[in-house]
Design a binder for this molecule. Structure first.
Ligand code: HEM
Length: 311
């Protein structure tokens, strides 16, 4: 190969490597059924534990889905959100307030360590549990590529840049792009999920405020999809368009030409003649893409013995 072509090939390779590290796309490879030989029961152990938790409390589905998002957006999907290291840890960041479902993940980990010790990462448990939670809420079934390894770092400062309810649509879009996700992913994944929004529909606000606990208990949760709580559907998109977004950042999706167009494309009337994309199928793909963010594979990271602390 002539030298100039070699240089071009090298520059192209360098660009790809840089693009991958800039956009947080995985360096390693995940695969569906990663544990099928080494721990064949892994996925069913997760599924049964999530089903049991769901039969006690249906809200666990939303908690597990949110946990996955918050794990992936800080240090990649590496279980760093599970580490419990006090007020300096990732969990203590403002953006992580109200996260829950940790005990379900830890319970699965205990079972997995008894069945196949040292093999299944906490990061994969979070990803599988989120999928099982989506399915239990009538969401789409989909296969989860696995093989993530657990991170060893948890720091409050690393979580400072999480998407925030007060972010403008431009900032939300750029925070998703930094993770290798598109505007489409932003809309789709936001559809999977309460502050009072300044632009909130005036009929809804008093209804929401009436539900707020007068003692300021932050553990009381209001449904984000006001009309079909516990059910996975595209109702949240219609609510957002009608000014019934409970979270300010959801309402911001209407502020931008592109995200607004994407919202419209998923609203049922647009699909009444079977035209338009399928929210469920596209949501599943967006979940898989989110699950690829900055993953550690191969010899990176570790497989934790317990999810709340590094080995
Ligand atoms: C776009 C940026 C986002 C912002 C600013 C945001 C913010 C929030 C806030 C403030 C809450 C209420 C928390 C509470 O109850 O204390 C919430 C709940 C929730 N979020 Fe997000 N979120 C975003 C994206 C996402 C994504 C991508 C997902 C998952 C695919 C997600 C899943 C959820 C779920 C399931 C809940 C309900 C949790 C529960 O009931 O415990 N969010 N979000």
């Amino acid at each position: 190969m002539p030298v100039s072509n070699k240089l071009k090939a090298f520059a192209a390779a360098l660009f790809i490597v840089q693009a991958f590290s800039v956009f947080g796309v995985p360096r390693g490879q995940l695969q569906v059924g990663f544990y099928s030989q080494t721990c064949p029961a892994a996925e069913s152990i997760v599924r049964i534990a999530v089903q049991n938790a769901f039969s006690n409390d249906q809200q666990i589905a939303a908690r597990l889905l949110r946990l996955f998002f918050h794990d992936c957006f800080v240090e990649g999907c590496d279980g760093s959100i599970l580490l419990d290291n006090g007020s300096d840890g990732e969990r203590s960041a403002r953006g992580n307030a109200g996260l829950a479902g940790f005990e379900v993940i830890e319970n699965v980990k205990t079972q997995l360590e008894a069945t196949c010790p040292g093999l299944v990462s906490c990061a994969d448990i979070v990803a599988l549990a989120a999928r099982d939670a989506v399915v239990l809420s009538d969401g789409p079934p989909y296969e989860v590529p696995t093989g993530r390894r657990d991170g060893r770092v948890s720091s409050i400062s690393l979580a400072a840049n999480l998407p925030d309810v007060d972010d403008s649509i431009e900032l939300l879009k750029s925070k998703f792009r930094e993770k290798g996700l598109t505007d489409h992913d932003l809309v789709l994944l936001s559809g999977g999920k309460g502050d009072s929004d300044p632009a909130i529909n005036s009929q809804l606000l008093p209804q929401l405020q009436a539900k707020c606990p007068s003692n300021g208990d932050v553990d009381v949760r209001l449904p984000l999809d006001w009309t079909s709580e516990f059910k996975f559907d595209d109702q949240i998109f219609r609510n957002i368009k009608n000014g019934f977004a409970v979270i300010a950042s959801d309402a911001r999706l209407c502020d931008d030409k592109n995200t607004n167009k994407i919202l419209d494309s998923y609203i049922s009337f647009a699909r009444s003649s079977n035209i338009g994309p399928s929210f469920k199928a596209d949501f599943a793909e967006a979940m898989v893409r989110m699950g690829n963010i900055g993953v550690k594979t191969g010899s990176e990271g570790e497989i934790r013995q317990v999810c709340i602390s590094i080995n």
